[in-house]
Design a protein around this ligand. Structure first.
Ligand code: NAG
Ligand code: NAG
Ligand code: NAG
Length: 671
């Protein structure tokens, strides 16, 4: 039983105890066992209704496509007995829900018709009885909405009187109430009654009757239903406004004789599911053997409950409406859950960690506030440098780097980007791919690590001398977004990827994106991974990591630092470039099978600039046929850097028909 709904109605009724009509409604489930095929259960009223003329209507709510027909027995002011008989197979048991409403006959709306109709004795098939509804509906625009429920007055006969019930040929003055035995030739039927309720469209309901929806739904049914709906016709009905709680939905089918006479028909309808926003209704009827289509059927429905009080409410300052009862609601500020977006600076010069935190602050302050720019309000701080490492063929090499004293604010995180280079190497040797990552990033120091691919020894003319350029910063520079993304907390083999959304910004074109891994399990060479950007877009990208050596064990708790930008403030002395690697030819053996390009700066630097590179690749929409990240790995690094040019190299996985194009984002900082 829907006690909340009942108690709500009770409170409304209590406040005007003498005059208000009371409408009880609720639902209860009944479990029918395979060998019994029907079951009954008492539905008590709480509170009791003090009248000896109580009317009850029932509708079956069943989750599958098999038929079940309901009826009621022994109605009094204390409650009623609800019963259901089933058709179709039952695997040990079947649970059906009965949705019901009950009211005093004297409480019906002023323009309405309610009657208990006696069905005369019948022995087989369908029995219809004409019901004269008088003249009260004759001036209405629509024929009345008929609701019918079967009553058994001889309970001992139980299921053999089980029938479907529907209305036939409804006009403004009369209609036929038809019942059809569920099981053919099931004996003599006596003592069967039909409870009739006829309402007008948009009927003015008595106070205490909470029925915002009283409507019809038309099933055209000009075809044969299919096996995937169990040969039933089903329709989803949406309420124009959502309910506060899931309503109780009562239905009755009506049919106008077109091709099938009532005597040859059997119609039964039921709801399959009911939610606050709508319900799904299904029906079955009989089709003529010589006619391909089913007849149109209209289902009348009413839905009992209160419309959500948040309906039509607009909340200011990013609050959202939440209702706590059918009449109470409040605009509430929404807590933030792990937003990935970067910081932004408001008009008051306050930095918010994310768009969501900004909206929450506006909501709590209940005052509007603009956004000055993406990125923190404090001046963007950047440190850069170059670290020399001597890589050998087998082990991770790490070095701790100290930032200038007091360079960074201790209250905020530091993002670090790193890239491998051999800046002062002058020969024509192309190095093996190597990867770099950072560990223990703090506001005063961090550790930079690197590992060479191909753990088997390959002679390098510089005896493993390797440089790592780094750029470390706090906040995001104006116009850029930066963040840290937690990769899946544990992964075992191959590639792992994670999507990043630029919540606050959509760039005008695809931005430059740089990525660097940060390890939290320290000094582990087996965590060494290539990092690249997959499917960069104006509003986000996917960060991918691939272990350097296959099946290299469990990888835990890796973070990727990212920055996305179109251009950086001029005072940072930064320039950026996309380098296209079409990769349509095979890579050259002379370059150790890497793809390499020498790129002029287009200016002369006083000293070699700091350079960070990250590769990006497309496998998404428009790039079908390209390698998916699960099968790929892309490494990017820099060979030489001079005052006028630099040489960028990449390696990627060969696919059966060649190599995919790759784009490298390069950031150059220097004077
Ligand atoms: C590689 O470097 C590690 C750490 O510096 C060292 O322990 C190891 O002996 C070196 N291996 C070779 C082959 O030089
Ligand atoms: C490159 O620079 C390093 C460190 O500054 C130095 O030890 C090395 O000799 C240089 N190599 C060349 C080829 O200039
Ligand atoms: C590299 O330089 C050496 C000596 O100058 C030369 O013999 C060799 O052919 C060059 N290799 C490539 C791939 O250019």
């Amino acid at each position: 039983m829907n006690t909340l709904l009942v108690s709500t109605v009770f409170i409304v009724a209590f406040s005007a105890w003498q005059t208000s009509a009371m409408l009880h409604s609720g639902q209860g489930s009944i479990t029918v066992l395979e060998d019994k095929e029907y079951e009954c259960k008492p539905f008590p009223f709480d509170p009791e209704l003090n009248s000896n003329d109580i009317r009850v209507h029932l509708t079956v709510k069943g989750s599958n496509y098999e038929t079940a027909v309901p009826w009621i027995e022994s109605v009094s002011g204390k409650g009623f007995t609800g019963c259901v008989a089933t058709s179709g197979p039952i695997a040990t048991s079947r649970t059906i829900s009965l949705q019901w409403m009950a009211f005093k006959h004297s409480d019906i709306p002023s323009i309405a018709f309610a009657k208990i109709l006696s069905i005369p004795l019948w022995t087989t098939g369908t029995k219809c009885v004409v019901v004269d509804t008088g003249s009260q509906f004759s001036l209405e625009s629509y024929t009345p909405f008929i609701f019918l429920t079967v009553i058994h007055t001889s309970p001992t006969k139980y299921k053999h009187d089980a029938t479907s019930v529907w209305a036939e040929d409804v006009t403004k003055n009369d209609f036929k109430a038809c019942v059809r035995e569920l099981k053919n030739f099931d004996g003599v039927h006596t003592g069967v009654e039909v409870e009739v309720l006829a309402l007008t469209y948009g009927a003015i309901m008595p106070s205490g009757w909470s029925i915002p929806y009283n409507k019809k739904v038309l099933f055209n049914n000009g075809y044969s239903p299919s096996a995937n709906t169990g040969y039933s016709f089903c329709k989803d009905v949406s309420f124009a406004y959502p309910y506060f709680k899931t309503p109780i939905v009562l239905t009755t089918a009506t049919h106008d004789e077109t091709n099938i006479a009532a005597d040859n028909n059997a119609i039964t309808e039921w709801t399959q599911s009911v939610s606050k926003s709508g319900f799904r209704i299904c029906l079955k009827d009989i089709q003529r053997y010589d006619y391909p289509n089913h007849d149109p059927i209209t289902v009348n429905y009413l839905a009992i409950g209160s419309i959500d009080p948040c309906q039509g409410v607009t909340c200011n300052y990013y609050a959202e409406c939440e209702s706590s009862s059918p009449t109470n609601y409040a605009c509430k500020c929404q807590a933030c859950t792990g937003s990935e977006s970067g910081p932004l600076c408001d008009d008051n010069g306050v930095t918010h960690k994310s768009r969501c935190e900004y909206e929450l602050a506006v909501c709590n302050a209940k005052s509007s506030l603009g956004i000055k720019h993406n990125g923190g309000c404090k001046p963007f701080i950047l440190e850069r440098g170059r670290v020399a490492l001597r890589l050998n063929a087998t082990d991770v090499q790490c070095k701790t780097v100290s930032f200038k004293q007091g360079a960074f604010e201790s209250s905020k995180g530091v993002y670090v980007q790193t890239s491998i280079n051999y800046f002062n190497y002058t020969g024509n040797f192309t190095h093996d791919a190597a990867v770099t990552w950072v560990e223990n990033v703090a506001t005063s120091t961090f550790k930079v690590c690197a590992l060479k691919a191909g753990r088997a020894e390959r002679w390098t003319p510089d005896h493993g001398l390797t440089f790592v350029d780094f750029v470390a910063f706090q906040e995001s520079p104006v116009g850029a977004l930066s963040g840290r993304i937690q990769m899946p907390s544990k992964w075992w083999d191959g590639t792992t990827c994670e999507k990043v959304s630029f919540y606050t910004t959509t760039f005008s074109t695809v931005p430059y994106v740089l990525l660097t891994a940060e390890h939290n399990v320290l000094g582990q060479k087996h965590d060494a991974a290539t990092v690249w950007v997959e499917n960069p877009k104006k509003d986000g990208f996917t960060a991918c990591l691939r272990e350097m050596q296959n099946f290299d064990g469990l990888h835990e708790n890796i973070i990727v630092n990212w920055i996305a930008f179109k251009s950086l403030p001029s005072k940072l002395l930064a320039r950026q470039k996309f380098i296209d690697f079409p990769n349509s030819d095979l890579p050259q053996a002379g370059y150790h099978n890497a793809y390499c390009e020498t790129v002029p700066f287009g200016k002369t630097y006083a000293s070699t600039p700091t350079i960070i590179v990250s590769a990006s690749h497309n496998s998404g929409t428009g790039a079908e046929g390209n390698m998916i990240p699960e099968y790929n790995t892309i490494a990017s690094w820099i060979e030489h850097i001079t005052n006028t040019d630099y040489r960028v190299c990449i390696k990627e996985i060969h696919k059966p028909n060649g190599y995919d194009p790759v784009k490298v984002s390069a950031l150059m900082i220097g004077t």
